[in-house]
Design a protein around this ligand. Structure first.
Ligand code: PXP
Length: 244
């Protein structure tokens, strides 16, 4: 019996479109409610330092109006820690953040920032927030996450998704497969995400020790053509079919 695979729907880019005009529509909270109806298991939102998409009131409203667990992606900063401790999401995924990047470019360097991250992991954990660390699929990063006391890691699938189909993508997939096995061996819950689409999701969903995928940009883009509910349902079906 395969372990269930959860789908967290990242709604950041509904807010990107909203903010392009500065008004209230489209509303990311409405998208989250629709995602819930379509069978998402959780909602993911990244509150960036520059508030380029999700803004503070979105987080408050997601907590108040949406029943699904909220995974708050955030940089390890004093400001974000305060917001997470106040709003108490189900989970916080710590991500690296650069103002100049278009999206989260690489994983968190847990090895290099071990001492700095200690307080974030322990304070969030003590508040009952499930901490995950967004890392590249490297054994040393997994070992550091475990030593730090984080219960969950999310493996960055961006390099795999960006690689041209064929040998390069296979090599990136092999790194993810090895990292997911290592996570299991050392007792970390393993999630994955970034850049996944209909074409790339199957191979990741097939990895038995990965129990959650967080997917945003592709689903929101696809929603333009087929509607958000349909896009989520198709993604779920592909995940299910690959999980044998
Ligand atoms: N997981 C993490 C930690 C992320 O930072 C992002 C992007 O915000 C995602 C998943 C979703 O990536 P995408 O929008 O490319 O599906």
């Amino acid at each position: 019996m395969p372990r269930p695979l959860r789908l967290g729907v990242n709604i950041d880019h509904v807010a990107t479109v909203r903010n392009a005009r500065g008004g209230r529509a489209p509303d990311p909270v409405r998208a989250a409610k629709l995602a819930a109806e379509a069978g998402a298991d959780g909602i993911t939102a990244h509150l960036r330092e520059d508030r380029r998409h999700i803004i503070d009131s979105d987080i408050e409203r997601l907590r108040a109006e949406v029943a699904l667990p909220l995974n708050l992606e955030m940089a390890a900063t004093e400001e974000m820690l305060g917001i997470a401790l106040r709003t108490r999401p189900h989970a916080s995924c710590l991500v690296p953040e650069k103002r100049t990047e278009v999206t989260t470019e690489g994983g968190l360097d847990v090895v290099g920032n071990y001492d700095y991250l200690t307080r974030y992991v322990s304070e969030l954990g003590a508040a009952g927030v499930r901490v995950s660390l967004f890392i590249d699929p490297e054994p040393a990063q997994l070992d550091a996450a475990k030593a730090l006391g984080a219960p969950v890691v999310e493996l960055h699938t961006g390099a795999y998704c960006d690689a041209p189909a064929g040998t390069e993508r296979e090599a990136e997939l092999a790194r993810i497969v090895r990292a997911a096995a290592h996570a299991e061996a050392i007792g970390l819950e393993c999630h994955a995400g970034h850049g996944l689409n209909y074409e790339t999701v199957g191979a990741v969903a097939a990895i038995p020790t990965i129990v959650e995928l967080n997917i945003g940009h592709f689903l929101i883009g696809e929603a333009i053509f087929v509607g958000l509910g349909n896009a989520i349902q198709r993604m779920r079906a592909l995940m299910k079919d690959s999980r044998v």
